[in-house]
Design a protein around this ligand. Structure first.
Ligand code: PBG
Length: 343
């Protein structure tokens, strides 16, 4: 009868049928996991933000960012050469500006001999084969810590753009490859693009901080550049409300119309949904900034032995790629590139 003899079907186990589809098969060995991986992280995906401080032989750790240092120019040159050797394509430069250089008109921002410009020239001379990105925003130079000018307690949009244009032109003249407007004024990308073109800098690229949120995750950065203690109020009248994503798509769309070559979402990990929507909607080179507070959270837990440094950093960076990023700005770029090089 049925269930007996040589042609009988195998009998189900007592608890019911075994699964025929087993997703664990493809996970069973390292080689098969590598074979089916959809997303890959390489050093070419990483952009490294680097803090500069004036002086000689400066190598000063930022207290809230373990492993991150402010470097004087000659130290920065060595660090950038190492990043280049590891296959990192771009370094982003941020200056620590002493309080006596911070003013209401922010004129140090377009001083051709300011710290960033001197660093750009020196790095370009000694390490020509890596890209240099520079922030365009007034906060390091502003006595009130804001990204724009301050008039009667408000941030005037169009007067700020005039200042940003001067800053961007000065950076491009120094040899900066990628201008990164991080100020969130309306219309600044187009205005800077026209000014760069008129000055003969048609090939200088722009990566717009397009969807930049008024976030609590920037605290350690403001310590690193020395702007935190100066900030009067908050940045909510120009940076985006964390409640919004449709608005992020509009911001990105406008920056692209105005000539942005690449766009950015910032912060990173708490905004992966925004990143995915931006990539799906616009299909352009899209970057995420894993900001200082995200880095500080990971490192604080690592220091306590609560998270594994290498695994948590690499997983966080892979998550950006999976969510649609073409690259990630991260303070962990150098250590990550070292890990990614290992077989
Ligand atoms: C300045 C700027 C900020 C960051 C990059 N450019 C801080 C801010 O907007 O207050 C933050 C980066 C970080 O937190 O790592 N416009």
């Amino acid at each position: 009868g049925p269930g007996t003899g040589p042609d009988a079907a195998p009998q189900p186990a007592a608890h019911g049928a075994f699964p025929t589809v087993r997703l664990r098969r493809n996970r069973s060995e390292p080689w098969t996991r590598r074979l089916v991986a959809e997303t890959r992280l390489t050093p070419a995906d990483l952009m490294w933000p680097l803090f500069l401080e004036d002086g000689t032989d400066v190598w000063r750790e930022v207290p809230s960012m373990p492993g991150v240092h402010r470097l004087s120019i000659e130290r920065a040159v060595d660090a950038v050469a190492r990043a280049r050797d590891l296959g990192i394509p771009v370094v982003a430069l941020f200056p620590h500006v002493p309080s006596e250089r911070k003013t209401a008109d922010c004129a140090e921002a377009w001083n051709p001999d300011n710290l960033v410009c001197r660093a750009v020239r020196e790095i370009k001379r000694q390490v020509p084969d890596i890209g240099l990105m520079c922030d365009v925003a007034l906060d390091p130079y502003n006595a009130l810590g804001h990204d724009g000018l301050v008039e009667d307690g408000r941030i005037p949009n169009d007067a700020t753009i005039d200042a940003l244009i001067r800053q961007a032109r000065t950076l491009a003249d120094a040899g900066c490859d990628i201008i990164g407007p991080s100020d969130m004024m309306d219309g600044r990308v187009g205005a800077i693009r026209r000014a760069l073109d008129a000055a003969g800098h048609q090939d200088v690229k722009m990566m717009a901080y397009s969807a930049k949120y008024a976030s609590a995750f920037y605290g350690p950065f403001r310590d690193a550049v020395g702007s935190g203690g100066f900030l009067a109020g908050d940045k909510k009248t120009y940076q985006m409300d964390p409640a919004n994503t449709d608005e992020a798509l509009r911001e990105v769309g406008l920056d692209l119309q105005e000539g942005a070559d690449m766009v950015m979402v910032k912060p990173g990990m708490p905004y992966l949904d925004v990143l995915r929507r931006v990539k799906d909607a616009h299909r352009v080179p899209t970057f995420a900034y894993q900001v200082s507070g995200e880095y500080a959270m990971m490192k604080a837990a690592v220091e306590r032995g609560w998270l594994d440094n290498r695994q948590v950093v690499l997983e966080s960076l892979l998550a950006f790629k999976r969510a649609g990023a073409d690259g990630v700005l991260t303070y962990a770029a150098v250590e990550a590139a070292e890990w990614l090089r290992e077989p």
